[in-house]
Write a protein that binds this ligand. Sequence first.
Ligand SMILES: [Zn+2]
Length: 234
Amino acid sequence: MANFATHVAVAGMVATGMASGIAVTGMLSWSDSLILGVFLVAGTLLPDIDVDGGRPQRWLFSLLALAAAIVASSLTTRMQTTPLFTVPGQTVSCEAIAAGFLVWLLIRYPAAYLFQRLTRHRGLCHSLVVGGLWGLGWVYLGLQCLASEPLTIWLQGMTLFLGFLVHLVLDEAYSVDINNARIKRSFGSALKIWEPDFPVGSLLATAALMGLVWLLPYPHELIQWLHRGVQLLG
Ligand SMILES: [Zn+2]
């Protein structure tokens, strides 16, 4: 399999090519195109979050812990609390700080530990179904909670999945030893739709993916944008 540096380097190249292509043709602004490039690199890190103690896992759980802490603190602030100090536009209370810290601690350590125990490398996390869940999950979060612009969030979700796919294809390519025309034992373990050794998890992930497809609105904006792109190329 390809290592971390190879994944980041390849994704970086694909992201640069993609972002400049989109920006040069005027399909998106330079800043929006660069953000898409970042999403592609982020997507490429996601399949290996099941490598215990690996960088993608540490970064993901640090990010999740931070996001959860911010949500917990702002929810606590809305309750009857004791003001501690004020930052512009916001009163920070003891309770909000305590709730934020507690939630951060819970996600960063016990939840991360549980995730390590429940997953094994190149299991379900390394499959296309989970890649689809990341992409559509991000679109759902953006539309429901972040009030994102539909085209922007659909493009981000799609790029996240594309980065995920680049990772799986690269891992699979690395399992073919070209010089010796020999296929390594890892062949077929990287690019897979789901995890045959974990049927219950695979079934649940597929059900969740179908649920998201059912819940999400039809991506008119994305289809129009892609159509415009095809016309530009044609
Ligand atoms: Zn991998």
